[in-house]
Design a protein around this ligand. Structure first.
Ligand code: HEM
Length: 470
């Protein structure tokens, strides 16, 4: 693959731009692939047969797929002013996320919110939440010690869902997980499934009271109720300006955040939306990532063995802490490699605000640009043996020279995941804490777990593993 950044240097392709090639219907029919029937199979077929840039339609809505890191760089970084997030995918999830960061189209409103939220997520603050992560994980293992027979088969997706919820609840609200949080998780799972089905069965606008929409509206109301109760509780507590993040939860930090430009803080409704976006951003993505990590470890005993050696050497039997992350690079490679193969935020979109040229092709204004890390992370020109689970590909010597936008589990450019440090810290510390005490195997006779492409990439039917104390 040749990497061509000339458009960014010259401000446009020298040759006249041509139309983005469209997937031809006869070829698609002949080869029997259908977006509606199997989204992942369709996308893999298209990436294999159509090249790195092509057009297709989802229920009549035109999409331009970009699967080349130069092109992705242009949209997310080089020519970012020409693109925003007012694209189909975010319009679809806006009834849930409203004005919060994740689906905000962009512009001044987004910039202000990002200025307010980002400082609460910087590495120095996240380090203070590390204890929540390891203590909650230890609590889960103690429950396993009491409850599980050695070798018992457990759906670890469910276990890690509960853990992720406990960690986010404690870090955001200083709260323990109770029935309200479980209710939130159930409502979110329902909304994710309803919205994720859009691509296989499109539905009319939310204002139309179909049974699905009524369900979705009820799920949104349940999630809103959960967030409101914490915001109300925190607002009722006496509090002054926060001098340090020590022993303070994220909601308190957000409530006291002041915009350096205009000296104001977040209005109550906006705060509600941002908190909801953070819980949603943090909960299901990390749940899925943890489930995939332990699924891949169970399927690759040699990787698990090396991990155990590293963990035992670094921790010497004590509980992991934030400072142990630097001394456990192999564990970090396992996290990175899992996010390559099963990136939970597996698809995202942009809208062209004006006409552009990418790779010599004309991008008409208002086009939906489709980016997909599931495909990019399996691109055979970017990755050797892309389907294999090989954490060593993230070792420094093998990462040298890799295109920055060949790997983007957290997106890229100014809209990169604001919770990236939080997520990586959580995944790494949970991995160390669990691997010190437990090992996993695939139960005999179960079929491989398939990824289910919803709004996030979900392990279909959960992840059932044999769990044994070490
Ligand atoms: C493995 C875990 C996670 C993955 C794979 C992930 C992935 C992503 C991706 C790909 C985006 C960018 C989407 C786009 O450009 O359209 C994003 C944005 C975002 N994520 Fe995450 N995320 C994770 C965890 C978290 C956590 C833990 C939080 C909160 C604590 C969070 C909060 C957000 C927010 C608020 C945004 C929107 C940022 C903006 O547009 O300014 N995410 N995430």
């Amino acid at each position: 693959m040749t990497l061509d950044l000339s458009q960014d240097r010259n401000g446009g392709s020298p040759a006249p731009a041509t139309e983005v090639p469209a997937i031809r219907l006869p070829q698609r029919l002949r080869e029997g692939v259908s977006f509606r029937r199997d989204q992942l199979e369709f996308l893999r077929w298209a990436a294999r047969t159509q090249g790195d840039i092509f057009r297709f339609r989802v229920y009549g809505i035109p999409m331009i797929m970009l699967n080349h890191p130069d092109h992705i760089y242009r949209v997310l970084v080089g020519a970012r002013a020409k693109y925003d997030k007012d694209a189909l995918l975010y319009r679809l999830v806006r009834p849930v996320l409203r004005d919060g960061l994740i689906g905000s189209p962009g512009g001044e409103h987004w910039q202000r919110q990002r200025r307010l939220v980002q400082p609460t997520m910087r590495p120095a603050v996240v380090a203070k939440f590390a204890r929540n992560m390891t203590e909650e994980t230890t609590g889960m293992l103690e429950r396993w010690d009491r409850r599980l027979r050695p070798g018992e088969v457990v759906d670890v997706h469910g276990e890690f869902g509960e853990l992720a919820l406990r960690i986010v609840n404690r870090s955001l609200f200083s709260a323990q997980v109770g029935s309200a949080a479980r209710e939130f998780a159930a409502a979110f799972t329902e909304a994710n499934a309803l919205l994720g089905r859009f691509f296989t069965f499109p539905f009319p606008p939310l204002s139309v009271p179909t049974p699905s929409h009524l369900k979705l509206r009820r799920a949104i109301a349940r999630m809103d109720g959960f967030v409101s109760s914490f915001v109300r509780e925190h607002a009722a507590e006496p509090g002054g300006p926060v001098e340090s993040a020590e022993d303070v939860d994220l909601l308190t930090l957000l409530m006291s955040a002041v915009d350096e430009k205009d000296g104001t803080s977040m209005a109550a409704e906006q705060l509600h939306h941002e908190v909801l976006n953070l819980v949603i951003g943090a909960y299901e993505t990390t749940t899925n990532a943890l489930a995939w990590i332990f699924y891949l470890l169970a399927a690759h005993p040699e990787v698990e063995r090396r991990l155990h050696e590293e963990v035992d050497g670094a921790l010497g039997g004590r509980t992991a802490g934030f400072e142990d992350m630097a001394a456990t690079p192999y564990a970090r490679s396992i996290v990175d490699e899992t996010l390559r193969l099963y990136s939970p935020a597996w698809q995202f979109m942009r809208r062209a605000r004006e006409e552009d040229v990418i790779g010599g092709h004309r991008i008409p204004a208002r086009s939906n640009i489709y980016l997909n890390s599931y495909l990019l992370h399996r691109h055979p020109d970017l990755w050797d043996d892309p389907e294999s689970f090989d954490p060593d590909r993230f070792a420094p010597e093998r990462s040298k020279g890799r295109h920055r936008h060949a790997y983007m589990p957290f997106g890229g450019g100014e809209r990169i995941c604001v919770g990236q440090h939080f997520a990586l810290t959580e995944l790494h510390l949970v991995l160390l804490t669990v691997a010190r005490r437990y090992r996993f195997r695939l139960p005999a006779g179960r079929p491989p777990v398939r990824p289910l492409p919803l709004i996030t990439l979900h392990p279909e039917g959960g992840v059932h593993l044999e769990v044994r104390p070490r």
